[in-house]
Design a protein around this ligand. Structure first.
Ligand code: GTP
Ligand code: MG
Length: 198
């Protein structure tokens, strides 16, 4: 899959305010700071497309980016950022869940997991919730460049083993580093496969 154009289109506060379009969408979710916005920039080759920050909680709206005038990448706010008010956390959770459950053209959700830490309960519970709601998803382990002495591979294996206990079949999964531009082709080919099989 070649990306020939990537344009920011809009930021929506709820699924109802998202673009009125039937173009296919691929959305990115995961804990705050896991690297969702950075990955969108890496895939599109435009470092300035989605706003990133070393402080968690940067993305707070549903952001649509039109790719090749044909389909969308969607940057979602992260979950699990404790330093927000309870009201704001609930509002973001409603926004995220509303989008995931009701956006019919969203054909795949990329769930980003930091590949450098042990499995986190919030991620496992979120994936379980996706399963219960039959949401098609793919796991992406992020920040592979931060690995020390094979720690990334070990954490990834532990996470997959944990999932294996709950799922009959593992979901598709990839490893990336946005910093070192690793995994770009594999993720873009996966998107192309999904588009071709819808
Ligand atoms: P929220 O919008 O707050 O939910 O965060 P996000 O998931 O969009 O994360 P973002 O892309 O803003 O990145 C968070 C931090 O992680 C930034 O400081 C990035 O530079 C850093 N980061 C993202 N990807 C990588 C990576 O592949 N390697 C390394 N070392 N750092 C990364
Ligand atoms: Mg972000």
């Amino acid at each position: 899959m070649q990306i020939t154009s990537a344009k920011y289109e809009c930021s929506a506060i709820s699924v109802e305010k998202c673009p009125q379009s039937d173009k296919l969408e691929f959305a990115f979710i995961g804990r705050s700071n896991v690297g969702k916005s950075s990955l969108i920039n890496m895939l599109t080759g435009n470092e300035k497309l989605a706003m990133t920050s070393s402080t968690p909680g940067k993305t707070i709206l549903i952001n649509h980016f039109l790719i090749n005038n044909d389909w969308y990448l969607v940057d979602l706010p992260g979950y699990g950022y404790a330093k927000r008010s309870k009201t704001q956390q609930e509002q973001l959770a409603r926004m995220i869940k509303g989008y995931i459950l009701r956006r019919e053209q969203m054909v795949n959700l990329f769930v980003l997991i930091d590949g450098n830490i042990s499995p986190q309960r919030i991620d496992l519970e979120f994936i379980e919730w996706l399963g219960k709601n039959s949401i098609p998803f793919t796991i992406i382990f992020t920040k592979s460049d931060k690995s020390r002495r094979g720690s990334f591979g070990k954490s990834v294996n532990t996470f997959l083993q944990t999932l294996n206990e709950q799922w009959e079949e593992l979901p598709p999964h990839f490893q990336v580093s946005s910093a070192k531009r690793v995994g770009r082709e594999a993720v873009l080919d996966h998107i192309e496969d999904i588009i071709n099989n819808v």
